[in-house]
Write a protein that binds this ligand. Sequence first.
Ligand SMILES: NC(=O)c1ccc[n+]([C@@H]2O[C@H](COP(=O)([O-])OP(=O)(O)OC[C@H]3O[C@@H](n4cnc5c(N)ncnc54)[C@H](O)[C@@H]3O)[C@@H](O)[C@H]2O)c1
Length: 359
Amino acid sequence: MTQGLAAAGFEEGIGRVTAERPSRPRRPPAESTVIVTGGAGFVGCHVVRELLESGRAKVVVFDLNEPNDEGRFVIGERFGEVVYERGSIDDTARFFDVVRTHRATEIVHLATLINPSVLAANRTTMFRVNIGGVANVLEAAIAFDVERIVNFSSIGILPRVQYEPIDAAHPVFLADSGSGSDFYGCSKVAGEALCFAYQQALGVDFRTIRPSAVYGVGMTPWVGPIKQMVEGSVRGEKLRFEHGGRHPRDYTHASDIGGLVVAMLGAPDDADRIFYGATGRPLVTTTEVARIVMELVPGADIEIGEELTEAEQPIVALRGQLSIENARAQLGWEPRYGSVRDGIGRYSEDYRAFLALQA
Ligand SMILES: NC(=O)c1ccc[n+]([C@@H]2O[C@H](COP(=O)([O-])OP(=O)(O)OC[C@H]3O[C@@H](n4cnc5c(N)ncnc54)[C@H](O)[C@@H]3O)[C@@H](O)[C@H]2O)c1
C-alpha cells in the first residue's frame, strides 16, 4: 500500500476509503431548501405537499415538465410557493446550476424513466437518466455540500421472495436471477449501490426509500387497475377486467410516501439507510380492491377475473409482505393509510373533489 493511499484512508485488503464527513447537527426544516427531482410527477407532487407542510423554507422542483392539473390539485393552495426549474437530470451542468443557485441543503431524487420496455429499447438513455441521474445527485451533494439525500428506489429491486416479512436485509439477487429482472429494477439496484459507495467512500449522507404500489390522485398506470377502478367508478363507469384478480400488492397511499420522505430527511445519523414505503400489512389482491371500491363508491359496478395473465405470473412470485419495522422504530413513522380501505376512501373523495373543480 502506498503512503498516499494510506493517507487517503484505504484499509489494506479492503480497498475502502474511511474518510467520513464530520457529522453535524440536523438543520431545522425552516432553514432547509430542498430540491425534488421528478417533483412534477405523481409521487413527486405528494412529496412536495408533505415537504411544504413540514415547514421547509423553500421547495424547488427540478423536472422536465411542470405538474398536470391533478398534480396542482394535490399540492393545493400552496402551489404558488413551489419553485419550478425545468431541466433533465442527466444534464450535469444544468442540475449543478440549480443546486448551486438555490443553495440546496437536501435533495429528494425521484426523476426516473419507468416504462421497462422503453428502457429495454433505449438502454443508453436508461444509463444516462436512471443511473447517471443518481450519480449527478450524489456529485452535486459533494460539490455543494448538500446535507442529506433521499433516493427513490422501488420494490422492483426484489427477486423471488426468500422470507417474509421482507426487510431491508432481503437479497436483491439470487444465484439464478436478478433484481426485478428488468431494466427498471436493474437501474434502481445500480442507484442504490452508488449511494452506498458515495456514503462509504466519500461520506455522502443518503437514505433510500423503496415504495410499493403507490396510489392516489394523479397516479401512474403501473399499479394494476386500481386507478381505473376508483376513478372510473367515481365517473359512473361500468368496469370489466378479464384477468388479474389474484394479483397481491402492498398498496401505499402517496401521501404516506411523502410523510416517510420527511421522516427520512430527519432521521438520526445512525438510522438504517433503506426503508420500505409500504403499509407492512398482509398483501391485498385486486379482487379485494374491487370489492372495497364497490362498498365505498355508490353505484360502482366492477367485475374482475381471478386468473393472472402470463406477464403477471412471474411478478407475483416477487411479492411478499414487507416490513416497515425500522421506519416505526427508528423514525417514529406510521402510515396514515395502513388500511387500504381508508386509503381508497380518501382517493375516491379526492378524485371527486378534483372532478368538481374541473367542471
Ligand atoms: N408509482 C409507484 O407505484 C412507484 C413505486 C415504486 C417506486 N416509484 C418511484 O417513485 C418515483 C416517482 O415515480 P412516479 O410514479 O411519480 O412516476 P412519474 O412518471 O409520475 O414521475 C417521474 C417524474 O420524473 C420526471 N422525469 C423523467 N425523466 C426526467 C429527466 N430526465 N429529468 C428530470 N425529470 C425527469 C418526469 O417528468 C416525471 O415528472 C420514481 O423514482 C419511481 O421509480 C414509484
